[in-house]
Design a protein around this ligand. Structure first.
Ligand code: CMP
Length: 139
């Protein structure tokens, strides 16, 4: 079915000026970027986004990393967009990511792993709402 997923191009990628290369891989996979904006997250906004990870040992470092520079937040649309984008991203840990994936190609570490993508329809809807109004998404 036609789905939408939420994506973040992370600070390690904006710092290296490779957002266009990542967008090219997204589009080559048949996903359409139907909303996109470059933003500087506040600590509060990043903590809210990653609230599910609050008790994890990596939480504080993750939040500090995510506010260390601009990010590009996106809504991607396509057939089975959630699973498809997870395939395009590759495994969370770039050492375990398949050849040709965004993380295998670009990620620096499990933390500086270049991109985030929603893991399920419910989280996709929540994450999209956390960053975008309906009138900012043009399918
Ligand atoms: P993301 O999809 O943005 O969701 C949570 C992030 O935590 C994950 O990608 C990783 O970049 C980051 N992270 C940092 N350390 C770890 C870890 N040990 N295990 C899982 N995720 C981690």
């Amino acid at each position: 079915a036609l789905q939408r997923t939420f994506s973040i191009i992370k600070p390690d990628a904006t710092a290296r000026n490779i957002t266009g290369k990542i967008n090219a891989m997204i589009e080559a996979a048949g996903l359409r970027i139907v909303a996109q904006k470059r933003v500087q997250l506040t600590r509060e906004k990043a903590e809210g986004f990653y609230a599910v990870h609050k008790e994890r040992p990596f939480f504080n470092d993750l939040v500090s990393f995510m506010i260390s520079g601009p990010v590009v937040v996106q809504v991607l649309e396509g057939e089975n967009a959630i699973a498809k984008y997870r395939e395009v991203m590759g495994a969370t840990n770039p050492e375990q990511a398949d050849e040709g994936t965004i993380r295998k190609t670009f990620a620096e570490s499990i933390e500086a792993n270049s991109v985030h993508g929603s893991d399920a329809p419910e989280t996709a809807a929540e994450e999209i709402k956390y960053f975008f109004n309906d009138d900012e998404i043009v399918g």
